[in-house]
Ligand binder design. Structure first.
Ligand code: MAV
Length: 332
């Protein structure tokens, strides 16, 4: 039995006050706090629910879960910072770009134009080619990446049609807050700014920016189509969305519970990937059929790839991660 679990009920309240998030429940179970930006219908939430079910069954109920939905505990960057510090959040799905302040290498997983197509993305996931990056995240941020959800294809969301390079030129648009995101979107001649996810809708509505980029599940949940009804099919990224777990919390669990968390993370990641990757294009089509948005073919996608190539390489070189980039690219 772990030290944490052997605490008596009498000292549980005191323990909870300094042992941060993993709270002692009356029956001796440990309650873990989770966070997600979305509601129950989003693939991330479904993956996290799967994680909870699996870990709960595996631990015979010694692990309990309290998942906070709809950005109740902030945004993914906040979840990650909290997990890194071992406070407030124990598990969450976080975009690697939102980990950049803590692990410079993490956003490589999230780099635009990294995957050739869904088949390549799938094979990279199966080959576990991202493991060295996860190792860096654990070392530098004390957060474990225990599974990989994602599988949405990111497209441009704009308040007017953007169908070629000249219409893209100078487009004021929101990107996630990792330097590689800014660099890639600058390289393709857009005009990127870092804006928090929760502010994107308003920023387009008020004319601060003309567009953003997201996958279908995010477009649907955040209703971005209301302000950016023109979707340019740039398919510039296929998402990798790690299921992250605070290492401080992990270290307080028993060996059996740790094994359950790792096993459940893997299963839940795959479950989330299967849901999101299989639903992405159908979701976009359903929104288009409902008259909520209009998709546009981007005629010069080859040019995007060409412009992004040197930036990807230079970034990997700066990080000392060329081997990881090459290993990902080599997956057939
Ligand atoms: C989408 O909602 C997801 O990919 C999520 O993980 C990101 O944080 C978000 O977009 C974003 O663009 O910030």
């Amino acid at each position: 039995m772990s030290v944490f679990k052997s605490l008596t009920l009498g000292c549980a309240a005191v323990a909870a006050s300094f042992l941060t998030t993993a709270v002692m429940a009356p029956a001796g179970a440990t309650t873990l706090i989770g966070a997600v930006q979305f509601d129950e219908s989003h693939a991330f939430t479904k993956a996290l629910r799967k994680f909870e079910q699996e870990a709960s069954a595996c631990s015979n109920g010694s692990l309990e879960f309290d998942l906070h939905l709809n950005s109740e505990l902030g945004l993914e960057k906040d979840y990650f910072e909290n997990m890194s510090q071992g406070i407030a959040v124990d598990y969450a799905i976080v975009a690697p770009s939102h980990m950049s302040t803590f692990s410079a290498k993490a956003p490589l997983m999230d780099m635009p134009f990294l995957f050739r197509d869904l088949d390549h993305w799938n094979k990279v996931m199966e080959a576990d080619a991202l493991a060295p990056l996860a190792g860096d995240v654990l070392e530098t941020a004390s957060v474990r990446l225990i599974g990989y959800a994602g599988g949405g294809t990111r497209q441009l969301i704009v308040n007017r049609p953007v169908t070629n390079m000249s219409e893209l030129k100078g487009l004021p648009m929101r990107v996630m807050g990792a330097p590689i995101q800014t660099r890639i979107f600058e390289a393709i001649n857009a005009h990127p700014s870092v804006i928090a996810y929760a502010e994107v809708y308003n920023a387009i509505q008020t004319g601060v920016i003309d567009g953003a980029e997201n996958e279908a599940a995010g477009i649907e949940q955040m209703k971005f189509y209301e302000v950016g009804p023109h979707i340019s099919l740039t398919a510039h990224a296929i998402t990798v969305r790690p299921l992250a777990f605070s290492d401080a919390t992990f270290q307080r669990l028993s060996a059996d519970e740790q094994a359950c968390v790792l096993k459940a993370g893997k299963i839940a990641g795959k479950y989330g990937r299967d849901i999101e990757s299989s639903q992405d294009s159908a979701k976009l089509k359903a929104m288009e059929d409902a008259g909520l948005l209009k998709t546009h073919v981007f005629a010069e996608r080859d040019m995007l790839l060409e412009l992004a190539g040197p930036v990807k390489r230079a970034y990997a070189e700066e990080l000392g991660a060329v081997d990881v980039l090459e290993a990902i690219e080599a997956v057939q």
